[in-house]
Design a protein around this ligand. Structure first.
Ligand SMILES: Cc1cc2nc3c(=O)[nH]c(=O)nc-3n(C[C@H](O)[C@H](O)[C@H](O)COP(=O)(O)OP(=O)(O)OC[C@H]3O[C@@H](n4cnc5c(N)ncnc54)[C@H](O)[C@@H]3O)c2cc1C
Length: 445
């Protein structure tokens, strides 16, 4: 079976040449279930060399040691697995726009394959590499179950407009992955990455430390199996209850590409767990892929300019409303608000790199209510989310922030102070959904 050509998109017009096929791993940091690597393997066939490179950038915007640690441990596993398949792995450092073409020249590459990513830093790298390479740079969408460029060629209005498009194409794209065949022989003279040196030399904000979640492809598969076996059956009824432990907690694995969303979709679809299955696929495929759609088609995905017109207008009309409480980003960051629930959610994120999805909405909406302006609120939400959530710096994060603060993919609701007609949430609503005091008691003190 071959990679569906609808996943493939050429980023320049260069013609394929003889020589090595280089897979520039970026968003999809895994060996198995990876359409980009599978496509590279198909192109290499039996006659060409195949190599994999990852370009490590110091001080990536918003990232801290928490993120680098998770990623580097996952990449060590990638290198070990590739060795068994006789595929050399190159850990490059520095600007990918220079490093990837340099490696391609050194390996005499005939084509470079890379991952789809809608965020601007990655798009800028890809554009720079595409312009520099004398050979094709080929993007493969291994992140979306339905390739983002195919599902829609414009920004979708809401889940209800992208859902039928996704459902129409699901049959074709909910397909099992083929195995990645080993290369015929070991690569000539290839040295293994000195990971301890890489870590020592890394320039990174180390004020936010690693968390307990086990990184890597193997751990991600165990986490998926555990979820399907023991929690999926209660997902439909209890997913909005942060005390119920009903969600998958797979988002960091998806963010770092250590688990293919399609693998999770296949496992859930085959589980036979009726309602949980449908509810989970709605979040995993429709909601998640709506985020990639938004970031692909809206360059203002992390500012109020990306919000719908009605929401910008209503927030502007309520800009001067008195705030019941007013906090600075430092007070929010230190979990020093008057709300024990809000502080507990913030502490969960600070300590564990995770906050339950229902609380993320409450948390962000209260930042809107207790900040001096909607612009400041959005900047605070994004800054804290990107910095502390292990799954941060993701299209889902930018969309979650704009949904909460500025009505993205939502509709106008009853008008209230500060929010205007952006949907409102409060602690009483949380109390109706779950045992707030139990949640507070379960968080670090
Ligand atoms: C303010 C705010 C910030 C957020 N920041 C992030 C972020 O940085 N990274 C991130 O991955 N998600 C983010 N989300 C979306 C969602 O809250 C998380 O994906 C989810 O809570 C992760 O936990 P889980 O894996 O247990 O989710 P599950 O409930 O098990 O869902 C399964 C998967 O579906 C996807 N998903 C679930 N809910 C959503 C949603 N509302 N929108 C888009 N995709 C969804 C995720 O990939 C998730 O892993 C944010 C939401 C809000 C409101």
């Amino acid at each position: 079976m071959r990679t569906n050509t609808m996943r493939i998109h050429c980023l320049n017009k260069a013609a394929m040449a003889d020589g090595t096929i280089l897979y520039w791993m970026s968003r999809e940091q895994r060996i198995h279930d990876n359409w980009g690597l599978l496509h590279a393997r198909e192109l290499a066939g039996e006659d060409r060399q195949l190599a994999v490179a990852f370009c490590l950038v110091d001080d990536y915007p918003g990232a801290t040691l928490r993120h680098y640690d998770f990623m580097l441990r996952g990449l060590e596993e990638v290198e070990r697995g590739l060795m068994e398949l006789h595929i050399p792995f190159f850990l490059l450092k520095g600007d990918p726009v220079l490093a990837i073409p340099a490696l391609a020249a050194e390996l005499n590459a005939g084509a470079v394959i890379t991952d789809f990513d809608p965020l601007r830093v990655k798009q800028a790298w890809q554009q720079g590499v595409a312009e520099t390479l004398p050979v094709p740079l080929i993007e493969v969408d291994g992140h979306n179950v339905i390739p983002a460029r195919l599902v829609s060629d414009k920004q979708e209005y809401a889940a209800r407009t992208i859902r039928p498009k996704i459902h129409r194409l699901s049959q074709e794209f909910l397909e099992e992955f083929p195995p990645l065949a080993p290369m015929p022989g070991p690569p000539a003279q290839h040295s293994v990455t000195a990971w301890a040196t890489v870590r020592r030399d890394l320039i990174v904000d180390d004020s936010v430390g690693p968390v307990g979640l086990e990184p890597g492809e193997a751990a991600a598969h165990i986490a998926l199996d555990t979820f399907v076996q023991s929690r999926l059956h209660r997902y439909s009824d209890r997913r909005n209850d942060p005390v119920a432990d009903a969600t998958s907690r797979l988002s960091a694995y998806f963010h770092f590409g250590q688990l293919a969303p399609l693998r999770a979709a296949l496992a859930v679809a085959a589980s036979g767990k009726g309602e949980g299955q449908a509810a989970y696929l709605e979040e995993l495929v429709v909601r998640r892929e709506l985020s990639d759609n938004f970031c692909l088609h809206n360059p203002h995905y992390d500012s109020l300019d990306g919000a719908p017109e009605w929401a910008r207008k209503t927030l502007d009309e309520h800009r001067d409303d008195p705030r019941p409480y007013l906090y600075s980003i430092e007070e929010f960051e230190a979990a020093r608000t008057h709300s024990a629930l809000w502080n507990a959610a913030q502490r969960q994120m600070l300590e564990t790199g995770y906050m339950h999805g229902y609380l993320r909405m409450f948390w962000a909406k209260k930042i809107l209510e207790w900040s001096a302006s909607p612009e400041e609120a959005l900047a605070t939400v994004i800054r804290l989310n990107d910095r502390y959530q292990l799954d941060g710096r993701d299209p889902n994060g930018y969309v979650g922030a704009l949904w909460s603060v500025a009505g993205l993919h939502d509709r106008p609701w009853k008008t209230r102070p500060v929010y205007g007609s952006v949907r409102y949430m409060n602690e009483n609503g949380c109390r109706r959904k779950f045992k707030v005091d139990d949640y507070i008691a379960s968080q670090p003190g």
